[in-house]
Design a protein around this ligand. Sequence first.
Ligand SMILES: Nc1nc2c(ncn2[C@@H]2O[C@H](COP(=O)(O)OP(=O)(O)OP(=O)(O)O)[C@@H](O)[C@H]2O)c(=O)[nH]1
Ligand SMILES: [Mg+2]
Ligand SMILES: [Zn+2]
Length: 366
Amino acid sequence: MSTLSKETNGRVRAYLSSHYIVDYQGVSWECTVKGTLKKEQQEVWVGDYVLLDSLVSETRSARIVHIAPRDNHLSRPKVANMDQVVIVHPLREPVLELTQLDRFLTHARLAGLKALICFTKTDLLASDSEIEETQVHLTRLYHDQLGYSVLFTSIQHPDALKNSLIPYLKDHSTVLAGLSGAGKSSLINHLNPNFTLRVEEVSNKLQRGTHTTRHVELWEVFPNAWIADTPGFSHLRFDFATRKQIEQTFTEFSEYRQACFYNNCLHEEGAEDCGITQNLDQFSTSRLNSYFAFLTEAAGYEALQKQSSQKERYGRKSIDKKGSETVEILRLNQKSRHHSRKREKQEVLQRGELEEGLISLEGEQD
Ligand SMILES: Nc1nc2c(ncn2[C@@H]2O[C@H](COP(=O)(O)OP(=O)(O)OP(=O)(O)O)[C@@H](O)[C@H]2O)c(=O)[nH]1
Ligand SMILES: [Mg+2]
Ligand SMILES: [Zn+2]
């Protein structure tokens, strides 16, 4: 097989329910995916570099036979090999919610992707002084304290919008992420008027976007500036990360967490000698609210993980005790029974789970 490189292979631009659009040698090819990739559950994502065969130039159709290893990927929205994510966040319509913005920031950090923030719809603020006040507050928090590049744009001022965004987009692959209705597709349309991506008004009643963009698509908005427009989310939950992973994404904690007594401190209420809870006034209230909200979601994820690994390892069985009493015991599942009994018992003891009647390891039949 020829070696895969960014130069000699196609790049996936879009997935349209029945086929992929792959950019190869400057033109778009309609592609299916080789059966073995599907069997191996290798999913092709927008942004992937792929190797093609069965090229038919008359119909511009081909088949994806190999996916190059990804430099990075973002799972929500699904996109691979991006240089950065621009988090598009509205100042109005839908209402400004900083926790929602923090969700996208934490998500980008978990994916190891550089993020910058583009606040949109400045024209919807009531007055110049409100614009000024909002910009000062958000720049202080997200730029000065957290180190993100922060832009303020409005489609009412397309020249200013282009001037502020284009320097970040040149020679890069950028994914736009954000709430539905934030103005992601509008940004692309105003960066290059040749684009007429579908946009839809935010629902007045619900103050929410209407999920106008339905699939991820990578566009060359101007030469060598690739931008992925993505479907907006109305709520991005942390039901896939651990609490410690969430904690690590709050970079403002870094100089205080050394003072925590425990290495794995999560800075929850009542934490012993905690560098964060003892210095709460050093952090923004909105960021702390976001942190504790995400932590709760991640705790739910951890509990589920624990439960399912328990389920995989143990089944339950009711046994009769003396007289009429029965107890429910955890019983090792078939596929876990090949380990020695001694080792199993040792593991369980280490986890502190061996309580009378709860777990029984002895005397079981294989
Ligand atoms: N007043 C004002 N309206 C804007 C601005 N940017 C976008 N809009 C409007 O906001 C609405 C939603 O814009 P879209 O571009 O469809 O939003 P989106 O983020 O692509 O939404 P999804 O595709 O649902 O994820 C449209 O009615 C736009 O005209 C802006 O800067 N000012
Ligand atoms: Mg859109
Ligand atoms: Zn702590």
